[in-house]
Design a binder for this molecule. Structure first.
Ligand code: PMP
Length: 382
């Protein structure tokens, strides 16, 4: 049987791979997944039940129900991002949004610039479609190496650049200066920008986004969603925003792929935007406490870390312990049953780092960090 050669080139996500290893170990504490331990707000649950009771269970328009697209447009306006409801397509999570976007814009062989440490879906979507991945560098302080980015754009003439803030896996944001710099680099270039802003609601510092620059409107595609915002990862509602001429191409793919996002989830997200914005404040203040706890503990164990300003990940450096990322995670799991993800699951640039997801309970965080600290102390002695 002959299968797709593009698919031969891709592997299952390193995050899932590690998670699957952990699942086989009884009593393991996993800090591996980006799945908040908060419950879906009650209003959203009720709205979903009501839509089921009222038989609003048929196909919706391909791009999603109009009311939801209008509410998304209003929500984005509150972040200084301007897309009308006609420029929004509701998708089956940000994941489908990403693959439909890349399918809608790429031809085989097209070059796509992806950060050297990034959420693995970007690289693999591009590979599925026969595109060519080119990395731009993330520096040791976890910010973009802007000089290298400028050089690589000049040299490679990519068709697309992927930008992703707040970042998974680093938890970093763009400062206003960095955002302006990025805008100045990209404004006159013939490069499409895919900005994955799935974590835009979970920001502890100042939110700056490349999508806020109206001048980039004709070449920018924003990916967003509700999995993290309303803790509804299993409901599968996300969205893609772009100027109509770009979005039309993406909607064609989306239509043949899924027809529309699940109707019940769309009604849930709609109610969430109208009534559950308090939930975001609640999870942010809760996550901030966990972030500070985890950061302080890691630093006191002698790990170098940069305090994250968004999402719920921290990306400490483990280079001083002399293990590769993968060995560090394997040994930590073997010796203590604590699971964190090797930085290399996010690209070669992640060597020497691990990703810790801190959207787990304080008990789990405390216990796993205690175990990790004892383990590191042992290693320091040997
Ligand atoms: N982008 C990033 C950066 C993510 O971390 C995730 C999920 N972990 C997604 C997109 C996709 O999320 P979903 O499909 O649940 O909306």
């Amino acid at each position: 049987m002959r299968l797709s050669s593009n698919i031969d080139n891709i592997e299952i996500s390193g995050i899932r791979k590690f998670y699957n290893k952990v699942a086989k170990i009884e009593g393991a504490i996993s800090l591996t997944l980006g799945e908040p331990d908060f419950k879906i707000p009650e209003e959203i649950k009720e709205a979903m039940k009501k839509s089921l009771d009222e038989d609003r269970t048929t196909y919706t328009p391909n791009a999603g129900i109009e009311e939801l697209r209008e509410e998304i447009s209003k929500y984005l306006k509150s972040l200084n991002i301007s897309f009308s409801s006609k420029e929004i397509c509701v998708t089956v999570g940000g994941s489908e949004g990403l693959l439909s976007t890349f399918t809608g814009i790429l031809n085989p062989g097209d070059k796509v610039l992806i950060p050297s440490i990034a959420y693995p879906a970007y690289e693999n979507c591009v590979k599925i479609l026969g595109g060519e991945v080119i990395n731009y560098s993330i520096k040791e302080d976890l910010s973009i190496d802007m000089e290298q980015l400028e050089r690589v754009i000049e040299k490679e003439c990519p068709k697309v650049i992927v930008v992703s803030y707040p970042s998974n896996p680093t938890g970093q944001l763009l400062t206003k200066d960095q955002c302006d710099r990025l805008f100045n680099i990209l404004k006159d270039k013939d490069v499409l920008i895919v900005s994955d802003e799935i974590y835009s609601s979970i920001v502890f510092g100042e939110f700056n986004s490349i999508s806020q620059y109206g001048k980039l409107k004709d070449k920018l595609i924003l990916i967003g969603g509700f999995s993290k915002m309303f803790s509804m990862t299993g409901i599968r509602i996300g969205y893609v925003c772009a100027a109509e001429c770009i979005l039309n191409s993406i909607i064609k793919v989306h239509q043949y792929n899924v027809s529309c996002a699940p109707s019940i989830g769309q009604y849930g997200a709609l109610e969430g935007l109208k009534k559950s914005m308090y939930h975001i404040e609640h999870i942010k203040s809760d996550l901030k406490i966990r972030r500070d706890y985890v950061y302080d503990r890691l630093v006191s164990m002698g790990l170098e870390a940069i305090r994250p300003e968004g999402a719920f990940y921290i990306f400490p450096c483990i280079k001083s312990f002399g293990f590769s990322s993968e060995d560090f995670c394997d040994k930590l799991l073997e010796d203590t049953k604590v699971a964190v993800v090797p930085g290399t699951a996010f690209g070669k640039g992640g060597e020497g780092y691990v990703r810790i997801s801190y959207c787990y309970s304080m008990e789990d965080l405390k216990l796993s960090l205690d175990l990790m600290e004892q383990w590191l102390n042992q290693i320091k002695l040997n």
